[in-house]
Design a protein around this ligand. Structure first.
Ligand code: PEP
Ligand code: MN
Length: 377
């Protein structure tokens, strides 16, 4: 059972105390208060854990400061959307707000290779007004003989360049808990010129020990990529692991699922799941068209498949796009075949804005229709 308090209460501690006092009347109930600092609002929920079947909801509903009481199954207790109100979800990190209001392009190198390539990419991002980058330092590769990433050695100059070009957040995959310490130490040594976002790759989607460690490091937001060969529900449960250890600042990223039914794309593009994740959880949703499509092939309309996939995700309501760019894809050490060229960035920014506007139109069309449906129900 979850007792949801009114948002932005100045005296939320007092309301929590009242809930705790009522909960004490029911033996065996464990009380766990959680604050969710969204980009717009602060929400508090008091989770009552234990045998709640006989606990009447009105005992809490009537308390001043309580918005509503919901009974939930154990599933997605923390990441789940328990409150259907379309209030903004999300969080802010280093001045970047992940919420339902705007779309972020998290663009950059799949794998960091040279300082020049990082600098050219950061400069192009800055010129397009983008403050969120991806820069893979630790690369999980299918073959042990493939480039494994530069690891912690590249962090000092990657972070320094991020600061130089006003990049506020750098998403970096971690494959081992020790990478979190290395990123933290490098940020500290560089004077925190930017912020880090820990990316959980699809290959670690159910690495529960890593997920728990990331959850305990609440200072880092997380970009969680769905497992390529597991159900959506299993991936969402994996995010619940992160949240249950104390970190709810998670962006859920769809990146396609592995099946030859997606051929000739690298994976079967799964962006039809954007509205599902938004309905079932309160996590901001990202799409990764690069690892979904896996090539720079261009359709007869002149638009690359990767770009078409971005449109599908954004029109479906995604508010972040993770996309591979490289100044010279032909020499990239990882996934060059799917990287867009920096010259394509300004066009892509305009395209994403157009797709977001189309989403806004769709919301007004269907939002009116659903208001009508509830009015006549
Ligand atoms: C990546 O984004 O660099 C990556 C390895 O993606 P995924 O984990 O989705 O394969
Ligand atoms: Mn890649």
């Amino acid at each position: 059972m979850i007792v949801i308090l009114e948002p932005d209460l100045p005296d939320r501690r007092a309301v929590v105390e009242r809930v705790v006092a009522v909960a004490r009347r029911f033996p065996g109930l464990e009380v766990r208060p959680y604050d969710f600092c969204g980009a717009e609002h602060t929400f508090t929920e008091v989770h009552l854990v234990g045998c709640t079947a006989q606990v009447p909801a009105d005992a809490f509903d009537a308390l001043p400061g309580v918005l509503r009481v919901v009974r939930v199954s154990a599933r997605y207790r923390l990441i789940g959307r328990h409150d259907p109100a379309p209030r903004s979800v999300g969080f802010a990190v280093n001045g970047v707000r992940f919420d339902e209001r705007s779309v972020h392009l998290i663009a950059g190198l799949c794998a960091v290779d040279t300082r020049q390539h990082v600098e050219a990419t950061m400069a192009a991002l800055a010129a397009s007004g983008i403050v969120t980058a991806r820069m893979g330092a630790y690369k999980p590769r299918t073959s042990p003989y493939d480039f494994q990433g530069l690891g912690s050695a590249c962090l000092p100059w990657v972070l320094e360049l991020a600061g130089k070009y006003g990049i506020r957040l750098v998403a970096m995959e971690v494959t081992d808990a020790r990478h979190i310490d290395e990123i933290d130490a490098a940020l500290e040594a560089a004077g925190r010129p930017t912020a880090g976002m820990l990316q959980v790759g699809t290959r670690n989607a159910q690495n529960f020990e890593l997920l728990k460690q990331i959850g305990r490091r609440g200072e880092f937001p997380v970009l969680y990529k769905r497992g390529m060969g597991i159900t959506l529900e299993e991936s969402l449960n994996a995010c619940e692991y992160i949240a249950s250890e104390g970190n709810s600042r998670i962006v859920f990223c769809l990146r396609g699922v592995k099946t030859h039914l997606g051929d000739p794309h690298r994976n079967l593009v799964d962006f039809a799941h954007v509205p599902v994740v938004r309905r079932q959880t309160r996590l901001p949703v990202c799409v990764d068209p690069s690892h979904s499509v896996g090539s720079r092939a261009v359709a007869p309309d002149g638009i690359p498949d990767v770009v078409h996939a971005i449109g599908q995700g954004v029109v479906a309501g995604a508010t972040a796009v993770l996309v591979d760019f490289h100044p010279r894809p032909e020499v990239a050490l990882c996934d060059g075949g799917q990287a867009l060229r920096l010259e394509e960035l300004p066009r892509l920014v305009a395209y994403v804005a157009a797709m977001r506007a189309a989403y806004g139109t769709a919301v007004s069309l269907f939002g009116e229709a659903s208001a009508l449906r509830s009015a006549t129900a």
